[in-house]
Design a protein around this ligand. Sequence first.
Ligand code: UDH
Ligand code: MN
Length: 378
Amino acid sequence: MPSDQEDRKPNNKLADWRDSCLLSSFALLLFLFRCLIYFRAKMNRLLRIILIVVLLAVSFMLAVWLNNDHSYTHDHRYAELSLMADMIPEEQKESIVSKFNGSSPLPPCPPTPPGLVGPLRIEFEWSRSMSDVRKASRENLQGGGRYKPLDCISQHKVAIIIPYRNRKDHLKHWLYYLHPILKRQQVDYGVYVINQHGEGTFNRAKLLNVGYVESLKEYAYDCFVFSDVDLVPMDDRNLYRCHGEPRHMASAMDKFGFQMPYTNYFGGVVALSREQYMRINGFPNNYWGWGAEDDDMHKRITLKGMAVSRPDSRVGMYKMVRHLRDTHNEVNPQNPGQLHNTARTMDTDGINSLIYSLIKIEKDELYTMIDVDIHAPN
Ligand code: UDH
Ligand code: MN
């Protein structure tokens, strides 16, 4: 402020005066030196000695001067810098200071990620090795498949939950494509592979519930994308984040001719916020074997008065790794019948009744594997 500027003026003048003194001393020294050389022959011995003594004295004084504390020159600069600081608006000062301290507050990421490319060519190359996948995917990952954008604060803390057993090849393709896509989408995310321990009948929805609980033990995720391991998006504009309504992301899968197989289909890849998930009490725990658990999930949503949103059929395109039906995940003809009971049972069967035994948690650099015993009936 003005008074501060006044305070600094005398200091600047003092510094200027000292600089002039220093320059004049050098000039005097040079002059005396030249005199000594020029009049050397004409001078008597005494005069020469006197001149040499004067020269030595001045040199000594200069040396002492140079060896002195020269902080005045810094003061001079500080004065100028602080004058500049007075010209900087208050709101910018904080960010300049914290940048200087190495703790720059990052800006929020923009609503639409700038690095998206749109349609993608997805090829499930059989020759792709895990080391190819690591090379393509590991950059800037924090381990355990965690990632945060480096240059902005993501508005989307997303846990990606994958129900899993014995699909290593599929997981490889998934990691190869999804990590780069999620980074481009500027998601603050973690990848959780929920492995059903043992040979008992598979239960996709219960594994998804386990993923919800276990991922929240690690980080305050506010959004959950539940994805089959064999599904890769064919367009990176299909954003792995949550919306105002539960989102069915895989709205156009290749195996259904890039169409919805039926109107209320809710399978493959879906995204629910924490609130949306809790509102429906999570997913059912007792759909053992293949079929109908995704229809139950859809029923829960509509029963609680919510609608489902979807990307259009271009952006919602997915490619599934071709596969046969797994053993211990045969079609269960009992499952569709349970849908009649959803309204009655959903408040007591779900996240509030989930029981499982955690076997172990393994941190790979590209994902977190949660090995779990979900107490399969056989
Ligand atoms: N899953 C496993 N391991 C299993 C079973 C299922 O990891 O043993 C997971 C995996 O994430 C899979 C998801 O559960 O993507 C869904 O199972 P799925 O892929 O078997 O389901 P989909 O609807 O089943 O693809 C179609 C059966 C394919 C039969 C084709 C016959 N022509
Ligand atoms: Mn499949």
